[in-house]
Design a protein around this ligand. Sequence first.
Ligand SMILES: [Fe+2]
Length: 300
Amino acid sequence: MRLRSLIGASLALGAGAAYYAWRESKWIDLTETVMEVPELPHGLEGLRILHISDTHFPADGESLPRFLNAVRQLRYDVVFGTGDYVESAAGWPVAVEAMRRIEPGLGIYAVIGGHERYRAIEGAGGGAAWARDLILGRRPADRDPSPFVEALRESGIHVLINQSTAVEIGGEPVRLVGIDDAYHGLDDLPAALGEQGTDSPPSFKILLSHTPDGVLHPLARRIPVALTGHTHGGQIRVPFYGAPVRHARSVSRKRPAGLMWIGETQTYVSRGFGTSGIPLRFGCRPELGVVELRRPARPL
Ligand SMILES: [Fe+2]
């Protein structure tokens, strides 16, 4: 009898925790982060960046209204996206719709991640393959994301795939540098920088990378600011231990997301808006946020 009670209590506790984690996965945290950048040109003082990452839109668009409602609550000047807009290629139309419906401000600049290249999970065979890849720790990125990228570009989104682009913000020249997914080894920062990799004096640059590991490249030392995602902040955090799963070596289990230095680059790692694999979060709410750039206050 005591054993049955124990099993019953354990099942109830597990079901309660799973229900809480499911609810938490939809409990959006609208974040505001100030990044103090000594090299910041005066014209960029106070620039507010809407940072969209890891939305993992499903094909049925279930999270799209929640996403658009969150965006409408934020005040921003420009939009930067750092990939994993979909869970699999089946979500491409939803992600394009989401991007089209965002007020772009000075523009939407984006890189892509790994999930843009994943096939949809279909049938029992697809589920088994997904479970196998989950255990092995990596799914094959086997879909050509070109149709998705083209659809984004036709909607006016500036997609940077190992490319950089010159923009003017507040009367200041800025170079936005976007690299492809470093998690799958597709990043090429030297190609993205081109001649800007050795310019002197260096122009002010901002790096967009899906994973924070993209900031580990030696050439990133020339870039003072980076925006990234990919880790989901661990998605599931164990109290007093941290995030067991991060899929990035540049972050730690105790600090799997947030504002941090990677080398000489001040980097923001978003917890992301969506979930991947399991639709649960624990101790790690989904995030949609603004990063505000400022020059450091002068010491008194
Ligand atoms: Fe992701």
